[in-house]
Design a protein. Sequence first.
Length: 399
Amino acid sequence: MKLLKTDLKNKVLQDMERILDENRDELLQANKKDLDAFNRDDQALYDRLVVDQKKVDQMIQAVKEVRLQDDPVNKEISTRELDNGLKIINRTAPFGTIMIIYESRPDVTIEAAVLAFKANNKILLKGGKEAYHSNKALVKFWHQALTENGLSKDYIQFMEMDRTQTQEFLRNPDQELDLIVPRGGERLINFVKEHAKCAVLISGRGNNFLYVHKEADWEKSLKVILNAKTHKISACNALDKILVDTQIDGYEDKLKELQQVLTANNVSIIVDDKVKKTLTNEDAITDESIWQEEFLAMKCVIGAVDNIDEAMEKINKNSGGHSASIMTENNSVAKTFMENVDCAAVYQNASTRFTDGGQMGVGAELAISTDKLHHRGPLGLKQLVTNKYYVFGDGQIRV
């Protein structure tokens, strides 16, 4: 897609804000069809599916925030002039065509499209069947904004494909694909990695850990744990595993208090063998693979470790590489933890729930990348570009 002027892109986004506001009822009615057809056994997936007036406000705000951000395309990264007279400028450039495959959340249809379009990319939206009517309405609004400004609908495409058709498309796409972002669980990620023939940027699972160090402020720790675990169970930045240092003062009493707080907030608990000695009425781990499981539910594992090295080893072996937090008043210990834990976001004395584009000041996000190429963490507007070298000469040849 040829490069568009910033003013034109911003005009499309401004019109999209208006169209969303004017068509709230149509979107809510479409979403009701999806909700009525949904099996509520999966509460986390259901929560992600819901669109209400507040969610529409958030969609409009997401578009506005991206519109107000600087255009990330064609920005100079570096410039140099060589001894032979060649002038070399490295500038940002669009990826080209991005495909995102995601489950349930209709707001991804807004955030993914607004980011891709502002960064001058074409985007292919493959949402889950559970959000079909909601996504269909939102893409219709996008197409209205594009056509009102004389642009092709091809910039934002809605892929109406089942699993088999998606698999075949990944193997033999009918258009060039530059990047695929699977945004969902382990099964979806593995499906895309198995079949895709272009670059895949992993938006990994959560399975986030929090380690309570022996020098932690216990009241602060309880507050942070409760927020990270219960604030939004459907989020990939929710807490699943709690490691408590056996050297903390009042270790057994603190475990019992943690149990009381979690149980009072309807969180079920599974414990390792060490913690089982204190919390005798809780179910013990029967399969070690649970350490690698993302719950998306009011459930957590409490384990015991004897020191920070044991905690870091446990986290690096089992976490999804998303977020990890240490509770400690010792800044030196926190520095060691944060430098050595291999996650996209590491925290001292704070909830993992802040691993989010909006909360981190990035704005709307395409996903939270747990890959290391080309970016890790929230994929915002500035991360949806690649680069290109512009080389200016006057007849130079290499000898």
